[in-house]
Write a protein that binds this ligand. Sequence first.
Ligand code: C5P
Length: 223
Amino acid sequence: MKRFLKTGAVIAAAGSGERFGEKKQFKQLKKRPLLFHTLNPFLECTDIFEIVVVVPEENLELVSRELASYTSAKPVRAVAGGARRQDSVLNGCLALSDDVEIIAVHDAARPFVTSKLISATIAGCRNTDGCIAALPCKDTVKKVMNNQIQSTLNRNTIWLAQTPQTFHRDILIRALKQNMDATDEASMVETLGGKVAVTEGFSGNFKITTSEDWKLAEELIIA
Ligand code: C5P
């Protein structure tokens, strides 16, 4: 039998809300801020032993107070984020206990993640450096520059990355410290030569980016 590896979660919620127009992670979605909806499946997931929520410095005190009023069987803490997503994720990773060996990174803006999907990414790390949730692409994908199609990609090989993105601690922290410009953790681990698997996500695990996404989330959320 394989050795048990303790898993912690980092929920990235330190965005400034530039594209959305406000910090959506604290906006009320039905009766609770978005961030707390996202937190729930991580609290419920029996494979997660510790959670760090990364928030903007100016919100740290308030969020820490909110979290302290939570009764949870596992430690849940908040730390301050950084300028870029990877800076925030690195701060979160470094705040986890030393005995955490697997880290599941998740966007606060994806509140419909399930405890089952979190566990699937963790299980997927058994024989690789990491495993991420992703969706097989249904549409035909074009590479476009200046309104001109450059090429058509083979959609059978295209998957759309979501989160959770889960990795062995050492390679994730090493990748985050490289100071690369990347939009997800997997690409940084790939650049280091790490092997990253995918497990199938679902379209409901979308990232709230626009006001249309917010309206959809309001329709879908069970308060
Ligand atoms: O900007 P993007 O949509 O990729 O952000 C994904 C997640 O990363 C969001 O939940 C956001 O709050 C978080 N983030 C962060 N620190 C930053 C920028 C984004 O934690 N500096």
